[in-house]
Design a protein around this ligand. Sequence first.
Ligand SMILES: [Cu+2]
Length: 172
Amino acid sequence: MKTHLLAAMLVTLGTTGALAHITLETQQAPVGSTYKAVLRVPHGCQGAATTKVRVRIPEGVIAIKPMPKPGWTLETVKGPYGKAFDYYGTPTSEGVKEVVWSGGRLLDEHYDEFVLRGYLTSDLKADTVLYVPVVQECEGGAVERWIEIPTEGKSADDYKYPAPGLKLTPKK
Ligand SMILES: [Cu+2]
């Protein structure tokens, strides 16, 4: 009886573990619009508590404003973009390229969300998927890199650590 229960639990954990990746709450948005990215962190690193979440801002996403999080230190890394993007008539050639929340402690058995806003420039291609690489660091030095970007013909399901994806739709 006990063995059965344990086996069933292991099967369940295995399944949810594979499905419970770091994902974006809203997985579709038009180019040429402001997008609120809610990153869902459903578990730690194989049982270890999450202590840092690093988000790399993809090229073409500008005017980033991360939401501060109580209990976490918020930092941004700024730098030049590959080109100047139009931001409501203002050419914008540099800005936030990475957002880091650190110093908190999100237990493996808990769930949390990390939020930022950004402008999806019209230079981004509609009808493609924009991937947002995220690195999750945990207690004890464990790291989970959600940075795998599916090659053509594959989907996030084909990967163990897919980057969260956002389907870009045509400008409204
Ligand atoms: Cu997972």
